[in-house]
Design a protein around this ligand. Structure first.
Ligand SMILES: Cc1cc2nc3c(=O)[nH]c(=O)nc-3n(C[C@H](O)[C@H](O)[C@H](O)COP(=O)(O)O)c2cc1C
Length: 277
C-alpha cells in the first residue's frame, strides 16, 4: 500500500495517491482501454498504532464523492436459504456464492429459513395498499433484509420438481413487497438449485417469474446435481457457476438498470389502471 521509493527517508506519513475511474454519471466502472472517464483521486493513509502489547492497523481513504461512489460500486447481497439440511449441498453452493459476493468490497448476509418461524401467507390481502404484512413473525426480519439489499440469491434444493416448502412459504410472503409499487424493482436476482438427479429447470420457473414480475434483473442461475450431503463439492461446474453467477450479478448491479418510472408496477396492474380492465 505504501508508495515507498527506494532509498527515500520518510519523516512524514506517506500518502499514496490511488485513482478510481468513474464514468461521467459518477458511476464507478472498470477503466476503459481508452482511459475515458472522470478520475476520482483519493488520499490514503495507513497507520500502525501501538499501545502496550497491542497494535492496530487502520486505513483511511479520503476523496471527493468517495463515499457515494463506493456505495454505488459495492453490492450488498442477501442469500435466502431454503434447505432443511444444515451444511447440505445447497448451503455449500450458497456459501461459495456469498464468499464471492464479499469480494471487491461487497457485503453478504445469509438467512437460513430453517432457523426462522415463518407462517404461510393467509391471503388476507391486507398488504395490498401499503406493502406491509400484518403477520408478525420472522418474515419481518427477511423483509427488512430484502429492502436493505442490492441483490438477492434464493437457494433451494429440488423437492418434487420444485422448491422446498420452506422456500415457497417465504417466497409467497414476499407478495407484500409488491405494494404500493414494486419494492424489489431494480434489485439483482440470483438463484441456486440442487437436485439429486432431475428437476432444476421446473424448480427454476417460479423464481424466474418472480424476478420478472418484480422488475428485478436476474443473472443466469446455478444448478447442480448431488444427492448425498456434501457431494456437490465434486460437481466442479456447479461450484464454479455459483461464483461466476455472482460476478455476473455484480456486473448487472453496476450497470444500474431500472425499468422506466412509468412501469413502476406489474403490467396487469398498469393495464387495469389505464384501461379500467
Ligand atoms: C422430499 C424430497 C424431495 C426430493 N425431490 C427430488 C426431485 O424431485 N428431484 C431430484 O432430483 N431430487 C430430489 N430430492 C433430492 C434432493 O434434491 C437432493 O438430495 C439435494 O442434494 C438436497 O439438497 P440439500 O443437501 O441442500 O438438502 C428430494 C429430496 C427430498 C428429501
Amino acid at each position: 500500500m505504501h508508495g515507498a521509493r527506494s532509498g527515500a527517508t520518510k519523516t512524514a506519513p506517506d500518502w499514496p495517491i490511488f485513482a478510481i475511474v468513474v464514468s461521467r454519471e459518477n458511476q464507478v466502472n472498470e477503466p476503459s482501454p481508452k482511459g475515458e472517464g472522470l478520475q476520482l483521486r483519493l488520499k490514503a493513509a495507513c497507520c500502525l498504532e501501538s499501545t502496550g502489547s497491542r497494535s492496530r492497523q487502520s486505513l483511511r481513504l479520503e476523496g471527493e464523492g468517495f463515499a457515494d461512489s463506493l456505495e454505488k460500486w459495492t453490492m450488498k447481497t442477501l442469500g435466502i436459504l431454503g434447505s432443511t439440511r444444515e451444511g447440505g449441498n445447497t448451503e455449500i453452493l450458497l456459501d461459495a456464492a456469498l464468499d464471492e459476493a464479499r469480494q471487491e468490497g461487497g457485503s453478504a448476509r445469509k438467512i437460513a429459513l430453517r432457523d426462522k418461524v415463518i407462517a404461510p401467507c393467509n391471503g388476507c390481502m391486507s398488504c395490498a395498499p401499503a406493502g406491509e404484512c400484518i403477520l408478525r413473525d420472522d418474515m419481518q426480519e427477511v423483509y427488512q433484509a430484502i429492502r436493505e439489499s442490492d441483490s438477492i440469491i434464493w437457494a433451494s434444493p429440488v423437492y418434487y420438481w420444485s422448491m422446498t416448502g420452506l422456500a415457497k412459504i417465504a417466497l409467497d410472503r414476499t407478495f407484500a413487497l409488491n405494494f404500493p409499487t414494486l419494492q424489489q424493482a431494480g434489485k439483482i436476482g440470483g438463484l441456486i438449485l440442487v437436485a439429486g438427479i432431475r428437476g432444476c429447470v421446473s424448480a427454476a420457473n417460479p423464481f424466474h417469474m418472480y424476478f420478472l414480475y418484480n422488475h428485478m434483473f436476474a443473472a443466469e442461475f446455478t444448478w447442480g446435481y448431488a444427492a448425498d450431503k456434501g457431494a456437490i463439492r465434486s460437481d466442479l461446474t456447479a461450484m464454479n457457476m455459483a461464483r461466476e453467477m455472482v460476478r455476473q450479478m455484480r456486473a448487472l448491479f453496476r450497470a444500474k438498470l431500472r425499468y422506466p418510472e412509468e412501469f413502476d408496477k406489474p403490467l396487469h396492474r398498469l393495464v387495469r389502471e389505464r384501461y379500467g380492465a
